[in-house]
Design a protein around this ligand. Structure first.
Ligand SMILES: [Zn+2]
Length: 631
């Protein structure tokens, strides 16, 4: 196929683009926008769409509520008389136009995870809507942490997590990744606290509101999908790394974090060399308290990260390479809706491998790739096997929570697809393709069909698309047979140690001294499924696994401990489940426990205590695993 996929741009959208470009920063290159239907949004952007959001919000840490106003700049088609927004669990007060005249509005029926449509009648000529509102204490995007859940233990903390469709629980807007918006915010915070956001800080020194709260101001002049609007408030310190990079974290964590991420400028240089300029100005990392449900979230200019990657030896920083890579794949070119989530994540895992290869060499990157393939095998099994519909790259989540699509398929099958293309067209050509793709579609949404059309147009020579078998990869199940094998030399050496131990050698005699985290993970994953208690004791005593300070190694060990009911590791298991809320770790551990009666009893006991400390994203998943009923 070689047809052009860009639809003609209606005049109303040209106005949209003009509005998006009115900020003082150099205007982003937007050439065209087409709205593909988004089954997870009530918005009708072809009628009226939000182009800019201005928030003025005050967090109330006692009530666990954000309250204030959202001013929405709106562009509409001629004759359109209403604006439809996505909201969930919001209390809406007055809605007015720019002159303060009340606008009538209607809140439709609430649906699970989608929330409600908020339909606002637009007055003639009005291009601004002001909404007074407050969030619910149970807003799914916002986690409110008590002081005890922070490192400092003295002040509370809050953070938001918008992806996939949670932004609507704290910002009334059109919450679809295809509807890009600029934003600005004024956040009023109590003394001793700081607000940080996924935007440029433009705080006026010393500015306070009438109640004496400090006002922090932020502005994002590049249009972003609303799931990337992000806020954190707490006792937050900053430490620079390079001229345009640094770390935000609680004061007791910030030095350790800055030391861990010292390679970030090298990562940016490597990514720019491969994929073109970093377009977002600064790149900072916010290390959150341990309940953050993800490894990282690629909020623009300010990656949100779990503290579980602070291993002390920079061994888990490929996660930063991943979040940084989203500055191209995901934040610059964005999945148009959540059925195409692999366009964000598959590309990003591929880029992550390439960035880490630039930094640490092929031997290192091959280890990441081989571990990724194992994760992909697990992902296919979890999704129901190699024939299951949920193993397609292009998903059909229309009637489901898009969170269901956030599996290893999008990440690792997506990356394997790009590795397969690389194996057919060669590295030089895929690099040139990606570089041009990010330039061509910067600040635009992307669908599977559009991507394939562009590949056919600019990448594949005759016969190559068939050789790659694009249709089978994107629209078919399982792992196509033409995936190039990944071979890690480092892991072959580890396999020799696994063989020695399996034959009966003591763990103390194994050659493990120079092992990276990845080699440890391969070692633990390659051990037999069933291991007698005495041999587990040998491993644990000699290799100090239950006491590991490396979250990935500890996690892999705890999976083995549960599978073999190795009780000496259970205190460490309990501590791990109670001390952090990263879903990647929680889900497999609770799932493994839930398989047996003794494990289920333990899981229910621990979860009862841990549940109030987890973010809603993790709670939703673990509730499902344990069939938890709130008592
Ligand atoms: Zn990602």
């Amino acid at each position: 196929m070689s047809h052009s996929f860009l639809r003609p741009v209606p005049p109303s959208l040209l106005l949209v683009l003009a509005a998006a470009c009115s900020a003082p920063a150099p205007p982003p290159e937007i050439t065209a926008v087409s709205f593909s239907p988004d089954p997870h949004s009530y918005a009708q952007p072809a009628q009226a769409r939000v182009t800019a959001v201005a928030l003025d919000l005050t967090p109330d840490f006692d009530a666990r509520v954000l309250a204030g106003t959202a001013r929405l700049a709106v562009t509409r088609a001629p004759g359109a008389s209403s604006l439809v927004l996505d909201v969930r669990d919001l209390t809406i007060g007055r809605v007015t136009d720019a002159k303060g005249a009340a606008l009538t509005f209607d809140l439709g029926a609430a649906k699970p995870f989608l929330g409600q449509p908020l339909t606002i009648a637009l007055s003639p000529g009005a291009d601004l809507v002001i909404i007074e509102y407050r969030t619910s204490p149970s807003a799914a995007a916002v986690q409110w942490l008590a002081p005890a859940q922070t490192s400092g233990k003295t002040l509370p903390f809050l953070f938001t997590q918008g992806q996939a469709i949670l932004t609507r629980t704290w910002v009334p807007t059109q919450d679809s990744p295809g509807i890009r918006q600029t934003y600005e915010a004024a956040i009023h915070v109590p003394a001793g606290m700081r607000a940080v956001m996924s935007a440029e800080e433009v705080t006026k020194a010393g500015e306070k509101d009438a109640s004496g709260r400090a006002i922090f101001r932020y502005r994002m002049t590049q249009p972003i999908p609303p799931y990337l609007i992000a806020l954190a408030v707490g006792d937050i310190a900053f430490k620079p790394i390079g001229a345009t990079t640094g770390v935000y974290a609680e004061p007791s964590v910030v030095d350790r974090a800055a030391a861990e991420f010292v390679e970030v400028d090298q990562m940016i240089a490597a990514a720019e060399k491969l994929y073109g300029p970093y377009r977002w100005g600064r790149y900072d990392i916010l290390v959150l308290p341990p309940s953050f449900p993800f490894g990282g979230m690629e909020n623009p200019r300010l990656t949100f990260a779990t503290p579980t990657i602070l291993a002390g030896d920079r061994s888990l920083v490929s996660l930063v390479a991943h979040e940084l890579a989203h500055s191209w794949s995901g934040n610059l070119v964005t999945n148009a809706n959540w059925n195409d989530f692999w366009i964000n994540e598959g590309f990003t895992v591929y880029l992550e491998g390439r960035i880490m290869e630039e930094l640490r060499g092929k031997r290192y990157a091959d280890m990441l790739r081989q571990l990724g393939r194992q994760d992909l095998d697990d992902g296919i099994a979890d999704a129901g096997g190699p024939k299951a519909a949920d193993t397609h790259l292009r998903l059909a989540l229309d009637t489901r929570d898009p969170d269901d699509g956030m599996t290893n398929i999008a990440y690792e099958k997506g990356a394997a697809f790009l590795q397969t293309i690389e194996s057919v067209v060669g590295r030089d050509r895929i690099d040139a393709f990606l570089r041009a793709y990010f330039d061509r579609f910067a600040f635009q949404p992307m669908t599977s069909d559009q991507l394939i059309a562009y590949m056919n147009e600019t990448l594949f020579k005759p016969g190559e698309a068939e050789k790659v078998n694009v249709q089978a990869w994107v629209f078919g199940p399982g792992l196509p047979g033409n995936v190039p094998p990944v071979k890690s030399e480092a892991f072959e050496a580890v396999d020799a140690q696994v063989a020695r131990w399996t034959k009966g050698d003591a763990a103390a005699g194994l050659t493990t001294r120079e092992w990276s985290t990845q080699e440890w993970l391969h070692f633990l994953r390659a051990l037999p499924q069933t291991i007698p208690a005495a041999r587990l004791t040998d491993l644990d005593r000699s290799l100090n696994l239950s006491a590991s300070g490396n979250s990935e190694i500890l996690f892999a060990w705890l999976e083995i401990a549960i599978r073999n009911r190795y009780e000496p590791a259970f205190p460490a298991l309990e501590r791990f489940l109670l001390s952090q809320g990263r879903r990647k770790f929680l889900r497999p551990l609770y799932e493994a426990l839930a398989k047996t009666d003794w494990g289920r009893t333990m899981a229910m006991r621990v979860y009862r205590q841990a549940r109030p400390t987890y973010h809603s994203v993790s709670v939703g998943t673990i509730d499902g695993i344990l069939k938890w009923q709130e008592k």
